[in-house]
Design a protein around this ligand. Sequence first.
Ligand SMILES: [Zn+2]
Length: 562
Amino acid sequence: MRRCFYSVIGLLLWGSLTMGSEETTNNAKNFILNHESRIKPLEIEAGLAWWEANTTGKAEAFARKEVIQNKIDAALGDKARFSALKDLFSKKNQIDDSELRRCVELLYLQYLEKQADPEILKQIVILSNRLEKNFNGFRAKVSKKEMTENEVREILKNSTDSIRRKAVWEASKAVGTVLENDLRQLVKLRNQSAKSLGFTSYHALQLHLNEQDGESLISLFDELDKLTRTPFMKIKLKIDAELAKKCSIALEDLRPWHYHDPFFQESPAIFAADLDEPFRKLDILSLCKRFYQGIGLPVDKVLAKSDLLEKPGKSPHAFCTDIDREGDVRVLANITPNEYWTSTMLHELGHAVYSSLNMPKDLAYPLRGEAHILTTEGIAMLFERFSRKSSFLKAMGVKLDNSQQFQEAASRSLKYRLLIFSRWCQVMLRFEKTMYENPDADLNAIWWELVEKYQGLKKPEGRNSPDYASKIHIVSAPVYYHNYMMGELFASQVHQALCNELFPGKSPESVVYCDDLRVGKFFQEKIFSKGRKLSWNDLTRSITGKPLNSEAFAADFQESTP
Ligand SMILES: [Zn+2]
């Protein structure tokens, strides 16, 4: 049972009330308790409906999920409550307790988003659903034959025929043309809702709601651009040489369809060793269980509630969800024995340990979660990286047949992945910002200017298509993508701080945590137990002594880039 938030706060405030206003503090306490009693049952119900919908694919579960989401939106959109909250927010400095003050700040942002004209919000929901449905229903068509996403990827990964590759790549981009008009209209509607709340664009609103701002974000990405440009161009030369050789073409004839995924967001598979080989006979679950147990963050409770194997109707992706903020934490996965699913399970269980499972029971409801999307993605990415470290696999007892060759290939592929992903994130952030600031601009041209500048790809001659609209995140996860990149920076920075404290003298690249209980204690004390008490950047500062920056990330990919 949780201790009563009210009485805990009461004790904390004893003796310090003269500093602020007792009335404001009490009003804040009451608002938060009332919020919890109204919203928490709905959020649990929504979490359970979401779980059922995604593990079974049942239409009635999806419908139930939508109904509950509408109830939550209506509760948060309530004008009278928002006005009381706004009043509290404007007087937040009179609230004596920092946790209580933080609750008010977070709730204010949560309610603010739902204050736009309900008619516009409704239109946004209708249009987003239509776009998502059209996106999901789209199949690339080549010579009248429809292809699944996996078939497209298979050809981009394996075909040596440039003409075939081009046809498949172009067919996969055709979804952009299907969605273009709806997307432009949706962008304008989103902007309209943001403007009604006093923001210049939807991009600016979303950043504000996530306690970020466009200017510092761009300067962080500029810094990252400078650090990554030369090492990226160096590895790209090597990748290009391999890809051109594979398709028997000249370097200058390489085009976007010669890379192994539709956006060049991943490293092409050009390495000497087969990275899946050690995982084919591996019990991935047992490895994950032993690893997390060994660092003092056991996941048995999570695995017992999880849904981990493929089955009909189930979502093919992977997620982690915290149902009740009381320790009911579950992972949805579709494990098959390969490197991808090993890293994905390490990733999802990273989210699982950074949850209410490892947070103090007396933390107030609004604070019982990760500090930010970027901090939980960062922790998950930090653990995910281990599947490409041979020292980790050896320490976990995985047999590596050709150890030296695997080690080199795994380490190179990890560094390539970080660099390639960082260049791709530059395109995503800068494109989205421009699209929301000026939806009537020549978006086709702007997309390719950014792709050429940051990813070094050559725009196909004469191409003038809405290729940006073939990326699902642009359509249905707006103003989100930059958080993945910031998560990578957070992962590197936290790992470096942990190494300095617990493994002085060792290079961060060599530290893999196995069977060291101090590691779990470090995460729990410095990150998990804090919940949402600190903003993402204050949390970063409190763990590492510095604001979020690219230094540690740069060290991670530079050290042994051959
Ligand atoms: Zn994640």
